[in-house]
Design a protein around this ligand. Structure first.
Ligand SMILES: CC(C)(COP(=O)(O)OP(=O)(O)OC[C@H]1O[C@@H](n2cnc3c(N)ncnc32)[C@H](O)[C@@H]1OP(=O)(O)O)[C@@H](O)C(=O)NCCC(=O)NCCS
Length: 217
């Protein structure tokens, strides 16, 4: 019988490294992710996201969260894919780590994006999950570059990028909540990656590779 994971292998992807597990966002995780967002991701006077989705009233976040991930799944293609992964730390859901790419078979470049519930921040989890997703992309998806972007007033994200080995690749002036803001851009190559201490164990790799247009192995 054909399953949802056969239709979208991202749903069956599981990457484990010590206490960290990254897992395709299946429907059962959408409610718990919304709960984490409702508990809070950032200080009320900060806005780390380009799309200020965390400003929505709490009662709208369950539907917004589900629709966001459903939309990304619906739009998944070889030419434009997004791999959103739930982050578990010591078995507890802590946030998400994603990467997305346009024309990946040509560019071999993917951009990361992530968030953690506030109670999980500042414990090294953000660094570990970025190290793991970048190692996964370089070692198992044939990536050549990983990119990231963060507003200049997001020291935690910029610190993670620096610790993981990214270097500055420019900046962009953007509109954020109607005011100008500077977004800094960063780039990483395999040679510069500061690796996580644990080996990666991966489930669902051949199927995921094929879903983004790569050979199964
Ligand atoms: C960005 C984020 C994923 C990082 O995860 P994290 O688990 O908090 O990060 P870590 O604990 O691994 O590391 C954070 C680093 O930032 C540093 N940092 C945090 N706040 C800082 C500040 N105000 N000034 C300077 N450095 C700061 C920490 O000192 C730490 O570096 P260190 O280990 O060398 O001390 C997380 O903070 C988060 O979800 N933030 C809200 C959402 C967000 O900003 N997403 C990214 C959008 S681009």
């Amino acid at each position: 019988m054909t399953t949802a994971t056969m239709a979208l292998p991202l749903l069956g992807l599981r990457i484990t490294a010590g206490p960290l597990e990254l897992r395709g966002i299946t429907d059962d995780l959408l409610g718990p992710l919304a709960d984490l967002a409702i508990e809070g991701i950032h200080a009320p006077d900060a806005m780390p996201f380009f799309m200020p989705w965390t400003l929505a009233p709490a009662e709208e976040l369950p539907r917004n969260t589900a629709q966001f991930y459903w939309g990304r799944r619906a739009a998944f293609s070889v030419a434009a894919w997004a791999a959103d992964l739930a982050v578990f730390w010591e078995g507890e859901l802590a946030g998400t780590q994603g990467m997305e790419a346009l024309d990946y078979l040509v560019t071999r470049t993917a951009e990361t994006g992530s968030w953690l519930g506030r109670r999980f921040q500042g414990r090294g989890i953000g660094t570990a999950m970025r190290q793991v997703v970048c190692a996964f992309a370089f070692d198992h998806l044939d990536a050549e570059y990983m990119t990231s972007a963060a507003f200049s007033d997001n020291p935690a994200s910029l610190a993670v990028s620096k610790k993981v080995g990214y270097t500055d690749s420019g900046w962009q002036r953007m509109a954020r909540l109607g005011k100008p803001a500077t977004q800094r851009r960063l780039v990483l190559t395999a040679d510069s990656l500061v690796r996580h201490g644990h080996e990666l164990t991966i489930e669902g790799l051949p199927e995921f590779r094929q879903s983004i247009g790569l050979a199964a192995d």
